[in-house]
Design a protein around this ligand. Structure first.
Ligand code: SAM
Length: 227
């Protein structure tokens, strides 16, 4: 990880100020009170400036626990959602992770900060291009793919962990198939209004255990094995 993230960005455009860092500290405290306990996840979120991922008009709100609009009619997930999904993944350094729905790449960079080998797939070309550039700018390496992540990414399967950051109507078979035995898949499943987070552990080549958790509201997962 580079020493100074801020130094990688044009100072005139984006700075990580004392005020930003203070706001980030308060956000991390808020996440703790909401039940996030994984210190590695909280440390990564404390380090990564979320305002770098947000349109300039929302800059002063970047450390509110809220989702915001990004390009292509999509959203950067609420910090609580990022923390919640990442915590559920139980990341170990070196894990091979598939992320479906790169979006702004904020979640991607939190995962990279935790030391994963990341494959991230986005269906919107505009977001894919920006995310790819942003990941490089932060000094990380990931495989960014433009395509339909509801089918997974067979070329690099199987994965230790899979995270889906858009709401699916059902559990896509390909994602389960592309998970290692013992691997974890975190995916919101529901209708277009509300989804429940599902945590799935693959127990053998043909079986898995599934736990249904809290309600969330995501943009839809659009694709062959989705909406
Ligand atoms: N975690 C992201 C972040 O931190 O910015 C937020 C992701 S946003 C809530 C969901 C993303 O999933 C959108 O960028 C959307 O274009 C993408 N998406 C929806 N369906 C997809 C699919 N089938 N394959 C890949 N990406 C998809």
């Amino acid at each position: 990880m580079p020493l100074s993230i801020a130094s990688l960005f044009c100072k005139a455009i984006m700075e990580d100020t004392y005020k930003d860092r203070g706001a980030r500290k308060r956000l991390i405290q808020e996440l703790r009170t909401k039940g996030i306990v994984d210190e590695k996840v909280l440390t990564a979120m404390l380090k990564i400036p979320r305002h770098f991922f947000i349109q300039s008009e929302f800059r002063s709100h970047a450390y509110q626990d809220k989702a915001f609009k990004i390009d292509a009619g999509q959203t950067i997930s609420q910090p609580y959602t990022v923390a919640y999904q990442t915590q559920l993944l139980q990341i170990e350094p070196g894990d091979k992770v598939l992320e479906v729905g790169t979006g702004s790449a904020y979640q991607s960079i939190i995962l990279l900060e935790l030391g994963v080998n990341l494959f991230t797939i986005e269906r919107q070309e505009e977001l894919f291009k920006k995310a790819h550039a942003r990941i490089s700018k932060f000094g990380y390496k990931a495989t960014c793919i433009l395509g339909d992540g509801s089918k997974g990414y067979i070329e690099a399967a199987p994965y230790d962990k899979i995270i889906v950051t858009a709401g699916a109507p059902v559990l896509p078979d390909s994602l389960i198939n592309q998970l290692k035995v013992g691997g974890i898949l975190i995916i919101p499943i529901g209708d277009s209004k509300i989804q429940k987070m599902h945590s799935i552990v693959k127990t053998s080549a043909t079986t898995f255990e599934e736990i249904t958790l809290e309600n969330f509201k995501f943009v839809p997962l659009i694709g062959e094995q989705a909406w």
